[in-house]
Design a protein around this ligand. Structure first.
Ligand SMILES: Cc1cc2nc3c(=O)[nH]c(=O)nc-3n(C[C@H](O)[C@H](O)[C@H](O)COP(=O)(O)OP(=O)(O)OC[C@H]3O[C@@H](n4cnc5c(N)ncnc54)[C@H](O)[C@@H]3O)c2cc1C
Length: 552
């Protein structure tokens, strides 16, 4: 309680101080709320503020705009390097796509659902070990079947471990055994080379020599001769936009490989990752302000001098990192000598991937059995056809993700169904805001949820009877909660044939403004974590980071 008493004293102290700035007021209110929440024994995930009078007197070395995974990881790396970091988040809750929401006792994920490669020697292990995230309550999915692809009613199992993965699918496609071996060994090689990318001289060098410049679709066609197996192997890839004309092989291979290594849910939801990082940043002296929307980046003498928060207060720093969409970042720089029109046009014109519709479904007790795997359900002969918007098309593909039950129970209390949703479907309401979009929008969501449930209940017979409540979100929800362009799920669409154009480096034309997050190269937890290293290397140097990442 000592800490909270101190906090309360600080609040009282600030109330007495006249002419406090709005940033200080914001801090006061947030801290006071923490005190009240603590006092009332409420779960509190809004308090991410390292509050001290001294801290605000000391200028910040780095201001990070946005507290998505990328922003928090950069905050962690740079705090660890002794820099004075301030992270500004527009929402009450940190985490961006890692945000969760709670209804009753149930926690729902809004974006993130599972990660791959957490065991020693696997893709994400070194990064998550460095970020101190391996101790979270990770829940391993079934090794014999972590993902199930159901194509027109027929299930196919994905097993962990490259050899087991091959053997499980070869049992269904015996004639493709050798091709499956080639496929799996190629993916493994890409995964094994992951950390070498940090040793390249520069990102341009890395992208131009790697499989970024090859097509995922062509690779599948060249390696696998059975069209059904091609669909099966692509079937777990709602985690990316399967565009046959654009998707780089690197993205397809790196993501799929990490899940073949091992697959994990997080008991308690994605916000645990954000909260763990925030706690460490604060412990190292960093500051995290929520409800602090950056409304302007102010350029002076060719550099960013300060940010404006909530159209009011300005805070300055030496360096700035934007964790938000690059096009939205440029919108914040209204006057600039460094940003040319052509650059703005190029970044603003880059297409984005499709968005997602999510139905978070609360279930009645003891009705729907828990499955320790994900289900990818398709009612189609071509899983590579969803990148195109087709007016009137019903939801015919979906990812079903179950929440692990309490210990000793074998039924789940909630599951999420996700299906691609296109900007065109919600564009009509683009000038509206959350909760105020009107009845026709509610009807669209109800209809979409019904289609998803119809599709899923063919394979989960208990689902319809088990539903207690449904919460839905669309690309508009993501746009309003994360400021992603057009509510895109995975950000800027990468194109293997136009790599230097669609893959961005952290650098911008303004020397002290860097970018980070999923829009730059590889999206997802693995990709964003890699990019955080690339971004921070621009400030502290790659060599020192590689050394720390190599530590056991
Ligand atoms: C539906 C869905 C499901 C997914 N499932 C998975 C999965 O299972 N596994 C996986 O690995 N990946 C998954 N992903 C992808 C992964 O979640 C993202 O790639 C990653 O979390 C993106 O992190 P980020 O740091 O780039 O940005 P974001 O999470 O988008 O964060 C950006 C932050 O910036 C803030 N912000 C925006 N504008 C401002 C402003 N002006 N001022 C202050 N703050 C601002 C936003 O509020 C937000 O908090 C999923 C994504 C979606 C959408």
């Amino acid at each position: 309680m000592i800490d909270n008493e101190n906090i309360f004293c600080e609040f009282v102290f600030f109330l007495k101080v006249r002419n406090v700035s709005s940033v200080e007021k914001l801090k006061c209110l947030t801290v006071f709320k923490a005190y009240i929440n603590e006092f009332m024994n409420q779960p509190n995930n809004e308090i991410h503020i390292s509050f001290s009078e001294k801290k605000t007197e000391k200028p910040f070395d780095i201001i990070i705009i946005g507290s998505g995974l990328g922003g928090l990881e950069c905050g962690y790396i740079l705090s660890k390097k002794g820099l004075n970091v301030c992270i500004l988040e527009q929402n009450p809750q940190i985490g961006g796509c890692l945000q969760t929401f709670k209804r009753g006792k149930t926690t729902f994920d809004t974006g993130f659902h599972y990660v791959g490669g957490l065991e020693e020697g696997q893709s994400l292990h070194r990064l998550f070990s460095y970020f101190g995230l391996l101790d979270l309550p990770w829940h391993k999915l079934d090794e014999a079947c972590f993902d199930e692809v159901i194509l027109n009613g027929k299930p196919y199992r994905f097993a962990n471990g490259h050899d087991r993965f091959v053997e499980t699918l070869a049992a269904e496609f015996p004639a493709q055994r050798e091709n499956l071996k080639k496929y799996a060994s190629f993916l493994k090689q890409i995964g094994d080379d992951l950390y070498r990318s940090f040793e390249k001289k520069n990102e341009e060098d890395f992208y131009s020599t790697s499989v970024f410049s090859k097509s995922a679709f062509d690779f599948l066609n060249e390696t696998i001769t059975d069209p059904v197996l091609r669909n099966v192997l692509s079937g777990t890839s709602l985690k990316m936009e399967l565009n046959p004309h654009k998707l780089p092989l690197y993205i397809f291979a790196q993501i799929n490989n990490s899940f073949i290594q091992s697959a994990w849910r997080l008991d308690g939801g994605g916000s645990l990752i954000a909260d763990a990082l925030a706690k460490k940043i604060k412990a190292m002296g960093g500051t995290i302000l929520t409800k602090a929307k950056v409304t302007r980046l102010i350029e002076e003498n060719g550099k960013i001098a300060s940010v404006e928060i909530n159209n009011d207060e300005q805070i300055s720093a030496k360096h700035f990192i934007s964790n938000i969409h690059p096009a939205r970042t440029l919108d914040l720089i209204t006057e600039s000598k460094q940003i040319r029109k052509i650059y703005r046009k190029r970044i603003g014109g880059l297409p984005n991937t499709y968005g997602m519709f999510t139905a978070n479904i609360a279930l009645k007790e003891d009705v729907v059995p828990y499955l320790n795997r994900n289900q990818y359900i398709y009612q189609t002969d071509d899983v590579w056809s969803y990148y195109r918007y087709e007016p009137g098309r019903k939801a015919s593909c979906a990812l079903v993700s179950y929440q692990a039950p309490e210990a000793g129970k074998s039924y789940t209390r909630n599951l999420d169904i996700l299906t691609p949703m296109y900007w065109e479907e919600v564009e009509k309401w683009q000038d509206t805001y959350i909760g105020k979009r009107g009845e026709d929008y509610k009807e669209l969501k109800r209809q979409k949820a019904e289609e998803c449930i119809e599709l899923a209940s063919r394979h989960i017979p208990e689902l319809k009877n088990g539903i207690q409540k449904i919460y839905t979100s669309t690309p508009l929800t993501y746009r309003d909660y994360t400021a992603t362009a057009n509510g895109s799920a995975y950000g800027i669409q990468k194109d293997y044939s136009q790599l230097m154009y669609t893959i961005l480096t952290p650098r911008t034309p303004i020397p002290n403004l860097l970018l980070t997050g999923q829009n730059l190269n590889l999206h997802g937890i693995l990709g964003v974590s890699m990019t955080s290293i690339f971004t921070c290397a621009e400030v502290v140097g790659m060599e020192t980071l590689v050394e720390e990442l190599s530590e056991p």
